[in-house]
Design a protein around this ligand. Structure first.
Ligand code: UT7
Length: 338
């Protein structure tokens, strides 16, 4: 049986402060009713002043490593850390080495992957490929973002959607016939849509060191309607391409865990694939859109509430800035996250 990366640990972390729709309605021209009906979101969490992406990533990583230890009863030491984030602690260096250091993993290769909301699937594919190539034996893959730190406080469209968080999984070398084995990936990008989801200033094009950014250029912006359309189209197509490649039918899927962008997007993807709503995992009512943390946090909540169980056929699919998209498939293993 061929070598494969096998998921064997799962964890997550949310900042302490919860922001309800009514909290936002008290300072912006919006309402609980609009947010719930247009997005499905009820609450999101935001970091405290001084709290950074790495702080959440370390907590999620610790939880995933502890879960791997309980599941396998073996040494949880990993030899690779991949962190998906678009809100690193600072532009340079990457945040992953600091996270690895604070997790007590000295000398371990550690790097960031930036694919915005598709970041977790890209990071999963990267770590999985390094395991199947024999470069690594055991990897910690974290998705962590703190978009509250880059949102325009006056932008009601983005403020209502995004929340902060981190989710993590542990992968180990194993074989493709084991539960938890990552069975395939479909990844893609379309840079012609780069301006649809962007932070204009602060990079090498619009340099913050030489010219002060234009009004609002250091804030995150998103053109919601075209992004909505592309999210449905690209997640549906990517999912179907992966299913065709690995020989699964959409009707055989037990759970679809899509990037938690908007409940209407999740249901539209289900509709395109022919998957009923009760098989679409949704936790965005509790956490909002947590960008790279979205898929692992949805997995953790689905396991905790009993909806996702060992033996389930699971499809993961994400879409985000870049534009980027990606999907992965696995049979859910027997895990014990907290
Ligand atoms: O994570 C990466 C991927 N991201 C996504 O996939 C997000 C995709 N986009 C979306 O989820 C949706 O486009 C939004 C939730 C961002 C917006 O929902 P929408 O149904 O597309 O609203 P819209 O932009 O078409 O706006 C409809 C109306 C507008 O008012 P008018 O022009 O009809 O008078 C907006 O000004 O809703 C208004 N509006 C709001 N009203 C109350 C926009 N945001 C808000 C708000 N509260 N927060």
């Amino acid at each position: 049986m061929s070598r494969a990366a096998v998921l064997c640990g799962l964890g997550g972390a949310l900042p302490a402060t919860a922001v309800t729709n009514d909290d936002l309605a008290a300072e912006l021209d919006t309402s609980d009713r609009w947010i719930r009906t247009r997005t499905g979101i009820g609450v999101r969490h935001v970091v405290a002043p001084g709290e950074a992406t790495s702080d959440l990533a370390v907590r999620a990583g610790q939880e995933a490593l502890a879960s791997a230890l309980r599941a396998g009863g073996q040494d949880a030491a990993v030899d690779l850390v991949v962190l998906a984030t678009s809100t690193p602690d600072r532009p340079c260096p990457a945040t992953a080495p600091d996270v690895a250091h604070r997790l007590g993993l000295p000398g371990v290769p550690a790097f960031d992957v930036a694919a915005v909301c598709t970041g977790f699937v890209y990071a999963l594919a990267t770590a999985s490929s390094m395991i199947t190539a024999g470069v690594a034996q055991r990897a910690l893959v974290i998705g962590a973002d703190t978009f509250s730190t880059i949102l325009d406080p006056d932008d009601r469209t983005t403020r209502v959607i995004f929340g902060d968080g981190a989710g993590a999984v542990v992968l180990r070398a194993g074989t493709a016939d084991e539960p938890g084995a990552l069975l395939g990936f479909d990844l893609g990008s379309d840079g012609s849509g780069a301006d649809l989801i962007t932070v204009r200033a602060g990079g090498s094009r619009q340099r913050s060191s030489t010219e002060p950014p234009g009004a609002g250029d250091h804030f995150f912006t998103m053109d919601g309607r075209p992004v909505f359309t592309r999210a449905v189209l690209d997640m549906s197509r990517s999912s179907q391409e992966l299913l065709d490649r690995i020989g699964w039918k959409a009707g055989e899927l037990d759970k679809v865990v899509a990037h938690q962008a908007n409940i209407r997007i999740l249901h539209a993807v289900g509709g395109q694939l022919g998957v009923d709503e009760d098989r679409i995992v949704a936790n965005l009512d509790r956490v909002g859109n947590t960008v790279a943390a979205s898929i692992p946090l949805a997995l953790r909540d689905a396991v905790a509430d009993g909806g996702l169980r060992p033996g389930h056929r699971v499809l993961l699919t994400g879409f985000g800035g870049g534009l980027t998209w990606g999907s992965a498939a696995l049979v859910w293993p027997d895990l014990d996250p907290r």
